[in-house]
Design a binder for this molecule. Structure first.
Ligand code: GLN
Length: 377
């Protein structure tokens, strides 16, 4: 039987985490924290399980949670969505999957920015559509809008943006949102905005969400992740926000995909979201970790590329080796004992800039131990 995804293998995140385990390396590859969920939140999940919230919750999500999400959005972006415009999903990946499969037809084109999170292209391929890559600017990973404009054709159905950006840690500005408005206004081009690292933005900057733009809200879907925000990547809890005409189609996919999401976690997060401090505090916590890691790496021959958001730090290793980055990542894992993600896998053309991605969502001891090993190179 012919493969529907002939060019897709096991993801780089699974591959490097497995290799880290095999070789007993410190795992700074796949993005997940090595510290736990707040005990209070765990208690709440247990509470709702014991209370009997163990049967199918409503298909689009528990009302309390959708209300709490809407209120959170109002606090951050000065706009109160209706609960009908909020859908709770199995991680942001289900939100991304549903949105692409609801609207992208065979033969359509979707513009993605390289380096791009690997899932976008695979999901686009699955629709028989084409991912059209536009490279971010090499100097700071900002969006090259003239190149995006040039890439638009009459087949363009969607533009996918991602800020804070995985793997670079770059963040978009208000001007970027204006450009996106200009290019999509009065067209049938939809926008998918992957904002899973929305609360991890550094140096006093604010997160620029498409939800803050009245114009973009008309044709954009934004996706978010409780896994990232509450250190619970294993819970698979995310959500999306979109306008009525898009929600209608997305719900059709959701009801036959996951149908609905783990009930007790939804009730628990609904309560937990009522205290903004629970999510607002993570920016400072991660900034401290980024700075700790950068300081611990001082004197090394790895050259950091400034991260303004996410829990990833790029490092240029060209002063150490000219190995291709995939080989370099494997060698580091096996011989030096630190696992990282090669960034060439995020480029459709496999562009190798001799840059690795390190996840700093780790305890200080882990970061220090990794930096000590990396500094010897
Ligand atoms: N988003 C995570 C990362 O970039 C990986 C998630 C996964 O392994 N599917 O590291």
């Amino acid at each position: 039987i012919e493969s529907k995804l002939p060019n897709v293998g096991i993801t780089i995140f699974t591959k490097m985490s497995k290799m880290a385990q095999e070789y007993g390396a410190i795992n700074l590859s796949q993005g997940f924290p090595d510290f736990d969920v707040a005990p209070e939140l765990i208690e709440k999940v247990c509470h709702y399980m014991k209370q009997g919230q163990n049967q199918y919750p409503p298909m689009a999500g528990v009302l309390n949670l959708r209300e709490a999400i809407a209120e959170k959005i109002e606090r951050s972006h000065d706009w109160l969505p209706q609960v009908e415009n909020v859908l709770v999903t199995c991680g942001a990946i289900e939100a991304i999957f549903n949105t692409i499969s609801a609207f992208v037809h065979s033969g359509d084109e979707v513009i993605i920015m390289n380096p791009a999170y690997d899932a976008y292209e695979a999901i686009i391929d699955l629709q028989g559509a084409k991912a059209v890559g536009v490279n971010l600017q090499p100097k700071d990973y900002s969006i090259d809008w003239p190149a995006v404009e040039q890439a638009i054709t009459d087949k363009t159905r969607m533009i996918i943006i991602n800020s804070p950006h995985n793997p670079s840690g770059a963040t978009i500005s208000k001007d970027d949102l204006k450009e996106l408005e200009r290019l999509t206004k009065d067209t049938e081009i939809l926008v998918l905005s992957d904002e899973v690292y929305e609360h991890i933005v550094f140096d006093g900057k604010e997160h620029n969400s498409i939800l803050a733009s009245e114009e973009l809200r008309k044709r954009a879907v934004a996706t978010f992740s409780f896994g990232k925000t509450f250190h619970a990547t294993g819970w698979r809890m995310g959500y999306l926000v979109g306008p009525d005409f898009l929600m209608k189609e997305i719900l059709k996919i959701h009801q036959y995909n996951t149908f609905t999401i783990h009930a007790p976690s939804q009730y628990a997060i609904a309560d937990y979201l009522k205290t903004p401090e629970n999510y607002e505090s993570i920016a400072a916590m991660y900034q401290e970790k980024r700075d700790f890691f950068l300081k611990a790496m001082e004197g090394s021959r790895f050259k950091p590329v400034k991260s303004s958001g996410t829990y990833f730090q790029l490092m240029d290793y060209s002063a150490i080796s000219d190995k291709p980055d995939i080989e370099m990542a494997e060698w580091l894992t096996k011989e030096i004992g630190v696992a990282a993600i090669p960034t060439s896998v995020f480029y459709q053309d496999g562009q190798d800039n001799k840059v690795l991605r390190f996840c700093f969502a780790k305890n200080e001891e882990t970061l220090k131990a990794a930096a000590d090993k990396l500094k010897e190179l």
